[in-house]
Design a protein around this ligand. Structure first.
Ligand SMILES: Nc1ncnc2c1ncn2[C@@H]1O[C@H](COP(=O)(O)OP(=O)(O)OP(=O)(O)O)[C@@H](O)[C@H]1O
Length: 248
């Protein structure tokens, strides 16, 4: 099985920060995996995701995505992957349809393909009737679903999702998780960053549990759980590895 993402000794420290947000981090993600990047608040998930997408440069170490080095081929890779960042990346004064046309063009899709994909995904995510409404008027769940569509229009082989269900109701969350399960079945690789462990248990095939910028445990979900026979579920394992202290 080929590797879609390889992080090799990745380190990043923010200006004036007392310690690195990501420190000497290495792991691999095989093609077709749903990789749960899990960690408590401030663990380094978003910083890792930003380096994975080439939106932030590491201080040291390398990131390879779809076999290409991000430092050298970042622009090329960004066209091939889909990214739904934690902060909604949509234009609030444009309609849902206008936003998606913008993203479709950005990915270099042809006009009829953009039309086809937009129609398909607005239906899948139950947003068809809202297609011509300004995104600024949307609920949190609708924005999250649209943000996800924007990452999928060009049928990427790898989709990177930073907390895709944060702030959405149970209905939207279910819809998003069911969709991701179908997407995986079609062979798409998914990186799913979250601290919602029940969701990770439901959809992830592989896990990377991180804290304080370092990897505590990684591998298939079965392998990770088998390392800790005293833990009955992922929450117990997570608390065992990351501790019970409240994070800010
Ligand atoms: N722009 C920044 N400048 C300085 N420090 C930052 C910056 N962004 C993040 N940090 C710090 O880097 C560390 C890792 O943050 P990051 O946002 O990557 O964690 P996270 O796991 O995504 O957290 P959360 O679950 O709360 O979103 C934290 O200590 C955070 O306070």
């Amino acid at each position: 099985m080929s590797i879609v993402v390889r992080l090799d000794h990745l380190t990043k420290q923010y200006l004036k920060a007392p310690r690195p947000a990501v420190s000497n981090m290495s792991f691999e993600i095989p093609e077709g995996a749903v990789f749960g990047l899990l960690g408590p608040n401030g663990a380094g998930k978003s910083t890792t995701v930003m380096m994975l997408c080439g939106l932030m440069r590491p201080d040291s170490g390398t990131v390879s995505v779809l076999g290409l080095d991000m430092q050298e081929h970042g622009a090329e890779v960004r066209k091939k992957i889909g990214v739904a960042p934690q902060e909604i990346a949509l234009f609030p004064t444009l309609t849902a349809h206008e936003n998606l046309v913008y993203f479709g063009r950005m990915y270099g899709l042809k006009k009829d393909e953009i039309k086809r994909q937009i129609e398909k995904y607005l239906s899948v995510f139950n947003l068809r009737e809202k297609a011509h409404k300004q995104v600024g008027t949307f609920s949190g769940g609708m924005k999250k679903r649209l943000n996800l569509i924007a990452a999928l229009l060009h049928q990427p082989r790898l989709v990177i999702l930073d907390e895709p269900t944060a702030g959405v109701d149970v209905q939207s969350r279910n819809m998003i998780l069911d969709f991701l399960t179908d997407l995986k079945a079609e062979g798409t690789s998914i990186i799913y960053s979250s601290h919602v462990l029940e969701e990770a248990e439901r959809i992830c095939t592989h896990l990377g549990i991180i804290d304080e910028g370092t990897v505590l445990q990684t591998g298939t979900r079965g392998h990770v759980m088998a390392q800790h026979p005293d833990c009955q579920n992922l929450e117990q394992l997570f608390l065992k590895l990351t501790g019970k202290n409240i994070r800010d």
